[in-house]
Design a protein around this ligand. Structure first.
Ligand code: HAS
Ligand code: CU
Length: 560
């Protein structure tokens, strides 16, 4: 009888992509950990409690803390998570290895870019917040580091497309497997979406090096939001891909429809980009009809999320009924709430419902006037990226780290507690922020706790402010529990063969792609990519042309 031997001390023999994925993932979680530590300081600020004076001389100001919080959480962590998941899922699904040399190139570019950008950030020479609106001007190293970091994602685009092309060649005429389809459309969307940031980075680098005397703030804002809206789907779609391809199985059921799931990713490819003016409703210099066109296109890009709400809820119902759930709502209690991964997704999606509804308010041209630049907006996006995306990443880490390392999850109870607390903390905080913004117009990105005048002006919102303090404490505890669990898991010396052999828990599907005309239609990826490019040219071309030919350059300022 053949005996199966197992290399106990090297989980990566034959699967070097596991090591790459682990490194990307853990670098992302380190960024998230540092960024998250500044979170409670922000919520305390909106609770009227200013702890920043105690952090001197290490950290200089609220704005430095806010920049670190935004850059590390929203730009660094999210991209690294995408680079881990959206390369690893297709590799496993297709049974192919990514080009490992380039995979490591992307890791080192990300790390080096991050370190270069970190120096001015930590030295308070780049406290320009994560949107870096000129005329605020950071040290050149911040822009150069950020550019190298973002360019590392281009290597990931190549990795995914290369695996897809190899598979296509070996399987002519076949429909691309689902996770790979999601990865391909995701990376193509990012290829198109990132162009704004790349062009803006060229201007900002030249400006900060003194090669040009000024840049046009409106043009820079427009280039930023060209990327800045679709970037939110760049953060979201790895969470969606995991929700489609693994959550139904983890919950004990099946994905209801493969073709419908493809359609979702195709719609994101088409509509993610030509919508950026919904961040610029208050900006002068863009005619209202262009803003209205972007409002309509924004409503289009909510459609794939509404389809997702249907498909994921239906798949969860299948799971709940398979687990013995009866009646109209009995399937919900029959879901495996005691599985920390499933729990994280369920709670994350629950938060995404009000977050999505708030997004529609923001996108409605005229309603936006009531909430723009108030703390309603951070309330909105902490439900979206701070809750769903982050919880999907945390929940996935609970099976992925054991899968990659062969080391079993430690302290499962604490893992569960971390997710309940994270959800509770985010829910309380975002609830308070929405009302403070809506009822009292409390401004976002403002060091109100450091200003007696502001505290007096917003006295009426004191009850909501208390909730911010409470949520900051809860979130801090949640973060400590979560990071303890993942580091204790990854750093232990125990490995279990069963964990290393475990497959990615890909879901089975009920409605398959074979024979589906919808699936065939979505398979023409390059055609759809071409349509996406045309949409972008139509929605942005004339406005950008006008801006590029009427620039009003201004010199840089350092206001902090
Ligand atoms: Fe947003 C501002 C509009 C989605 C992130 N957004 C922001 C900012 C960020 C952000 C970071 O139109 C601030 C930028 C800054 O610094 O200035 N957003 C939208 C719209 C959507 C949307 C229409 N946003 C997101 C996502 C984000 C994100 C996703 C991150 C990941 N947003 C705006 C607008 C602004 C804005 C304006 C500018 C405001 C201003 O004035 O500055 C839509 O994509 C939302 C669609 C979502 C839905 C929800 C579907 C529900 C689902 C859950 C199903 C539940 C299940 C649970 C399955 C329609 C999928 C079952 C559970 C059981 C227990 C059974
Ligand atoms: Cu947006």
């Amino acid at each position: 009888m053949a005996v199966k031997t197992f290399p106990m001390n090297d989980a990566y023999v034959g699967a070097p992509e596991k090591k790459y994925t682990l490194f990307m993932l853990m670098l992302g979680f380190i960024a998230l950990m540092v960024g998250t530590l500044f979170g409670p300081l922000q919520s305390f600020n909106y609770g009227g409690l200013d702890l920043y004076p105690f952090l001197k001389p290490v950290f200089q100001s609220y704005y430095q803390g806010l920049t670190l919080h935004g850059v590390l959480n929203a730009i660094i962590f999210t991209q690294l998570f995408g680079q881990a998941i959206m390369v690893y899922l297709p590799a496993r699904e297709l049974g192919l290895k990514p080009n490992m040399t380039l995979a490591w190139v992307s890791f080192w570019m990300a790390l080096i870019g991050l370190l270069i950008a970190a120096l001015p950030l930590l030295g308070n020479a780049a406290s320009v917040l994560y949107t870096f609106y000129p005329p605020l001007q950071a040290h050149w190293a911040f822009y150069v580091g950020a550019a190298i970091f973002v360019l590392s994602s281009y290597v990931s685009i190549y990795l995914a497309l290369d695996m897809w092309a190899r598979w296509k060649k070996a399987n002519p005429g076949k429909i691309t497997p689902l996770a790979t389809y999601m990865s391909v459309t995701y990376w193509l969307m990012w290829l198109l979406a990132s162009l704004g940031l790349v062009v803006e980075a060229l201007f900002l680098i030249a400006w900060s090096l003194g090669l040009v005397a000024g840049v046009d703030p409106l043009l820079m804002r427009t280039l930023f939001w060209y990327t800045g809206h679709p970037i939110v789907y760049f953060w979201l779609l790895p969470a969606y891909a995991l929700a489609y391809t693994t959550l139904p199985r983890l919950a004990g059921g099946k994905l209801v429809s493969d073709p419908l799931s493809r359609l979702v990713f195709l719609l994101f490819l088409l509509f993610s980009v030509p919508v950026g003016f919904h961040h610029q409703f208050a900006d002068p210099g863009i005619a209202p009809y262009w803003k209205m066109i972007h409002t309509i296109l924004t409503m289009m890009v909510a459609v794939p999320s509404l389809i997702t709400a249907f498909t994921i809820a239906a798949s969860l119902e299948v799971a709940g009924r398979a687990n013995g759930g009866k009646g109209i709502l009995g399937w919900i209690t029959a879901l495996p709430w005691n599985n920390p991964t499933v729990l994280a997704f369920l709670l994350g999606f629950l938060a995404f419902i009000p977050g999505g509804a708030g997004g529609m308010v923001n996108a409605s041209f005229n309603l936006n006037q009531n909430v723009h630049n108030t703390v309603w907006i951070p309330g909105h996006f902490h439900l979206q990226v701070g809750t769903l995306v982050t919880m999907a990443a945390m929940g996935t880490a609970f099976w992925l780290i054991p899968h990659l390392t062969g080391k079993p999850l430690v302290a499962r109870g604490l893992a569960l507690a971390s997710q309940w607390l994270w959800f509770l903390g985010m829910f309380i905080m975002t609830f308070a922020l929405h009302w403070m913004g809506f009822l009292y117009a409390v401004p976002r990105r403002s060091h109100i706790s450091g200003s007696p005048v502001a505290m007096e002006a917003f006295r009426d919102s004191a009850a909501w402010m208390v909730l911010n303090i409470v949520s900051g404490v809860i979130l801090l505890i949640a973060a400590i529990l979560f990071f303890y669990v993942i580091y204790a898991t990854a750093l232990q010396s125990r490995r279990e063969p069963s964990q290393v052999m475990a497959e990615v828990p890909f879901s089975e599907v009920i409605s398959k792609p074979e024979g589906s005309s919808l699936a065939l239609l979505t398979e023409r990826v390059w055609f759809w990519f071409g349509i996406a490019v045309v949409l972008v040219v139509l929605a942005y071309g004339p406005v950008l042309f006008q801006m590029f030919t009427n620039m009003n350059p201004v010199p840089g300022q350092r206001l902090w």
